[in-house]
Design a protein around this ligand. Sequence first.
Ligand code: TXE
Length: 513
Amino acid sequence: MGERHVLVGAKIENVDDLYIDGQWRGASSGRTRAVIDPADGSVITEVAEADPADVRAAIVAARRAFDDSPWRSTTVAERSDLLRRVAELLQRDRESLAETETRDTGKTLEESRIDVDDVTAVFRYYADLVTTVADRVVDVGDPAVVSRVVREPVGVCVMIAPWNYPLLQISWKVAPALAAGATMVLKPSEVTPLTTIAFVRLLVEAGVPSGVANLVLGAGRDLSDALNDDPDVDLISFTGGLATGQVIAATAAKHVTRVLVELGGKNPHVVFADACGTEEQFAATVDQVVTGVFLHSGQVCSAGTRLIVEESVADRLVAAVAARAESIVVGPGTDPASRTGPLVSQQQLEKIVDHVASGLAEGASLVTGGRRLDDPERDDPRLADGYFYAPTVFDHCDRTMRIVQDETFGPILTVERFTTEAQALELANDTHYGLAGGVRTADPARAERIARGMRHGTVWINDFGYYTPAAEWGGYGRSGNGRELGPSGLAEYQETKHIWNNTAAPTAGWFES
Ligand code: TXE
């Protein structure tokens, strides 16, 4: 059951990738979807394409598993052990998961391995954390009253994940939800479903009971009402684009369903001249700016896409960053020589082409890149059929430009310049997003001032891009609401209940004459 995933181009019979109520099965319509390798446009395999009826069946199974099954009475210790078993299985299958992720997303194998390790760390973190969450006793001033605040699982969760970090993003939701004792319906991106299918197999092997974790596949827009407009769902956890997040939040509001959304960013990387004082500092700054924006070809919600640089060092820094960008080896993720891979899909490639055209039309100066890597004269011929795009730098940008304000999600760096600290902070906050940002300076007091002034969910000082399972991740503004990771990431999947127990059992006495 569910074992037919051999990564070949041939069409495969009996596509049974939906996991509903403890059974692997195909879509009720029998429809399938081709999964494309972004490195060469070939078909990797086909997977089941769920119908709204399949989604409903998955939600009903999750509801039943929550309301009426032994899962509700599992102890914290049992759930913690379960998470540890998942972590072990992730490590056992590390290499095959990484290879599948690379085929599906295009990212390099090295990045995919890091993703599996990060996901493992998240499971271990929640396995530990959940055993430390204690009820809170509230002193109400009456020794006869025992007043406690307890945590309970939130209920049935729909989890919708994107294509840039498929395994990682779904795991950030599943690990705390399992720890809390919730039940769930997982829906990965239709563009990159393969590691999520493998992951659900690992959940089953680890002992997640029937109905607790269900898997549906397909295009979110076709399943929109089934996923977002179901009164049996208690929480929708979504990571993806702003426009989709707005649809989900608006639809879910009909039933006052809780919504947790992470919607990307337009993240500033502020560089002061004193961060480039010595040759060593300058080299580190170039390195961090380049890595911050071009890792995974910019398809990272926290990518440092906006370089905000002090005027006195701007020309020198932009020239060095552009030179480094030109030296990046772009190629298939399976080739160990590649440092970054393709864009995930034709659709994403078209979006980047459109954004670059708008940058040129609005008067930004193209310093390097700005083209697809499919020129037979200049480019590696292996890239011609894939969705490869050159690392691109636009100088002399300003806040009115679309490439500065809209999320690109591709390998594009824009440069804005400042002369005062106040201007730097104003520019860093001049976005309707607020996911993450960085500041580079040799002045610790200034670093603190800027970090505290930034309206972003994560701020890096003299570093960029790191997160840890124990620290919250999420956005201000239109980057979303709620938090993943850390203690708050667990609390999102819990309800808070106050229990007031008056052991003296008094009468109220209010209406006595
Ligand atoms: O995302 P979508 P797309 C941003 C990035 C990118 C843009 C569009 O800027 O260019 O979004 O990418 C499911 N109800 N990010 O169009 O559509 C969909 O099936 C329920 C930022 O691919 O948001 C997939 O599983 N679900 C980001 C998931 O939503 C729906 C990561 C994400 O797809 C749905 C990815 C609906 N009505 C893109 N419509 C980040 N925050 O990291 C779609 N989906």
